[in-house]
Design a protein around this ligand. Structure first.
Ligand code: IPE
Ligand code: IPE
Ligand code: MG
Ligand code: MG
Ligand code: MG
Length: 294
């Protein structure tokens, strides 16, 4: 990864944080504990990869940055809600997230459930309010709803639990990963195509890129669960094998999973070939996701 991409990621992350701060400020309304819980997880130090993907694709296609930012922040709210619920005792039972106690550990289970619920509603609320024109808002909202719901993240989480403690086929694992993580990553990329201007061929290439990148993202996450450490990950390592999760290292062995990760990275880069130099930053993001250690 080049120094430029590290700097780009850090600058964009700051811009996303500033936008989220404006969209979801502190509140002293009755029930403000829910705002506190929402903001506790939202500002715990996530990488902001999803909104940064939306912004980068949108910039590449000369899209409107304010629209891309609102759409990307909506996806980040959905993502954060998914993490809060993913950590609950009834799901992965993880005590740490983003280097801090998980929401249900810092607050309590009921508050964590409600914080996730609130973030989901807030995601759609901010998208409706800030994405213009109405037709773009409609397309983006439909994309987010489909990626977050039973055909996407939530459906994938259901499969993740169903395959816990039992074995599944590689095809089934592909579907699980494409849904639980791939769908929101792919949506983050595709949303950038709706805020900018592109040909059908370019949108198809970016959709294939988003699909591949989403799968790559979760394969890397599975590998890091085996090889990473708490200090860098900000979450407990080794949880997948302890919980008998179906993951790529479990089904293929670590070495084959790493080879598969390498081939997905290669394929993702190929998907961007038609953009030539225009996709230089997107290529950098793809390399970051491939070689990340957190
Ligand atoms: C972690 O996502 C959960 C998965 C979908 C694999 P990230 O690695 O993007 O987590 P944050 O947002 O940076 O904390
Ligand atoms: C989470 O997958 C995917 C979500 C939809 C939240 P994991 O359960 O592997 O994510 P981590 O490892 O806890 O971040
Ligand atoms: Mg999980
Ligand atoms: Mg988990
Ligand atoms: Mg994981």
């Amino acid at each position: 990864m080049t120094a430029d991409i590290t700097q780009y990621l850090s600058e964009q992350k700051d811009l996303v944080d500033t936008a989220l701060e404006a969209f979801i400020p502190e509140s002293d309304l009755p029930g403000s504990r829910i705002y506190e819980a929402v903001r506790y997880s939202l500002f715990a130090g996530g990488k902001r990869i999803r909104p940064i993907l939306t912004l980068t694709v949108s910039d590449m296609l000369i899209g409107d940055r304010a629209t891309a930012m609102a759409a990307g922040c909506a996806v980040e709210c959905i993502h954060t809600y998914s993490l809060i619920h993913d950590d609950l005792p009834c799901m992965d039972n993880d005590d740490f997230r983003r280097g801090k106690p998980s929401s249900h550990k810092y607050f309590d289970e009921a508050t964590a459930v409600l914080a996730g619920d609130a973030l989901q509603a807030m995601a759609f609320g901010l998208a409706v309010k800030h994405i213009k024109p109405a037709d773009t808002a409609r397309r983006i909202l439909a994309e987010i709803a489909s990626a977050a719901g039973p055909e996407g993240m939530v459906g994938g989480q259901m499969l993740d639990l169903a395959y816990e403690g039992s074995s599944c086929s590689l095809d089934e694992l592909h579907s699980l990963h494409a849904m639980k993580t791939g769908a929101l990553i792919n949506a983050s990329v595709r949303i950038g195509t709706f805020t900018g201007t592109c040909t059908n061929e370019e949108r198809e290439a970016l959709t294939e890129f988003g699909r591949t990148l989403g799968l790559l993202f979760q394969v890397v996450d599975d590998i890091l669960d085996e090889t990473g450490d708490f200090q860098k990950l900000g979450k407990t390592a080794g949880k997948d094998s302890a919980a008998q999760k179906s993951t790529f290292p479990k089904l293929m062995g670590l070495q084959k999973a790493e080879e598969y990760r390498d081939s997905l990275h290669k394929k993702a880069v190929q998907c961007l070939a038609l953009f030539e130099k225009r996709s230089i930053i997107l290529n950098g993001l793809c390399d970051f996701i491939y070689s990340r250690d957190h």
